[in-house]
Design a protein around this ligand. Structure first.
Ligand SMILES: Nc1nc2c(c(=O)[nH]1)N[C@H]1C(S)=C(S)[C@@H](COP(=O)(O)O)O[C@H]1N2
Ligand SMILES: [Mo]
Length: 258
């Protein structure tokens, strides 16, 4: 079954914005649907909305090896053009370092080997792009929660921002640079990874080498590729356009839940 993402998301937002009072109503809809099996749409809608509100720790569906897409469509930037990135790419990312900064007690600078030494997770998940395609891939990466535990978030931290190496326009003032952000519940979610392997091989350039975010209960644009810096912040207001992401600054919804 496939349901229009926007409708699901709009309903979820609507229910979320009306608060807890409506939740008992949702349960009723679900119960009704168990009886009237034909009306599957509302049940899926309800489940999706409830997941957003009630179960911040719920896992996104995981798949089998046999489900992995033969071709995982690369999208957006597929080869960053900055001189700095090209230099790192051409030397196999041996000099690449991830910066962990902002509202943390212990700012970190990690090599790929150090990142690989952190607690990791492997998962086979489905990536859904708003353009209307999906692909299933296998990801292995450092758990973002483990990284943040090392860096020790300050109590004022509310969001984790991912600064990327690529830019989607010609601006030379950084205003076209790709970036993304998530809240703390998603940052510490067990499936949230800084992925360095895809389908059992080091992540390739088209899909975000050397690392990309996997935040599995969210749409494709949240899955930031070419992550260079992780920053803990109290507010998104002063970053780029102020909406928390490259596409969010251009009108997309910040949460981007599936
Ligand atoms: N840095 C960066 N991350 C990005 C993008 C991008 O252009 N630059 N595109 C986003 C979009 S819209 C999608 S659908 C996915 C595509 O990931 P893929 O190339 O692995 O399919 O990456 C997301 N992350
Ligand atoms: Mo996308």
């Amino acid at each position: 079954m496939s349901w229009p993402l926007l409708n699901r998301r709009r309903l979820a937002t609507l229910i979320a914005s009306t608060g807890g009072a409506v939740l008992s109503g949702c349960d009723k809809i679900t119960d009704n649907n168990k009886v009237a099996r034909g009306v599957g749409t509302a049940e899926v809608l309800t489940r999706s909305a409830q997941r957003l509100i009630l179960s911040p720790g719920q896992l996104a569906p995981e798949y089998n090896e046999s489900d992995i897409s033969k071709v995982f469509k690369p999208n957006g930037t597929t080869d960053p053009e900055s001189d700095a990135y090209i230099a790192l790419r051409d030397t196999g990312f041996k000099d690449w370092k991830l910066e962990v900064a902002g509202l943390v007690e212990r700012p970190l600078t990690l090599s790929l080997d150090q990142l690989r030494a952190l607690p990791s997770r492997t998962q086979i998940t489905r990536h859904d792009c708003v353009e209307g395609w999906s692909c299933i891939g296998k990801w292995k990466g450092a758990k973002l929660g483990a990284l943040l535990a090392e860096a020790r978030l300050k109590s004022e931290a509310r969001y984790i921002v991912f600064h990327c190496a690529d830019s989607l326009g010609d601006a030379d003032d950084g205003s076209d640079d790709y970036y993304e952000s998530i809240g703390l519940a998603d940052a510490f979610h067990p499936q949230t990874l800084l992925a360095y392997d895809m389908n059992d091989a080091p992540l390739d350039v088209a899909h975000g080498a050397p690392i990309r975010l996997r935040v599995e209960r969210h749409l494709g644009y949240k899955q930031a590729k070419y992550v260079m810096k992780v920053e803990a912040v109290a507010s998104l207001d002063r970053l780029h356009g102020g909406f928390g992401g490259y596409w969010e600054d251009r009108g997309y919804e910040w949460y981007g839940g599936i």
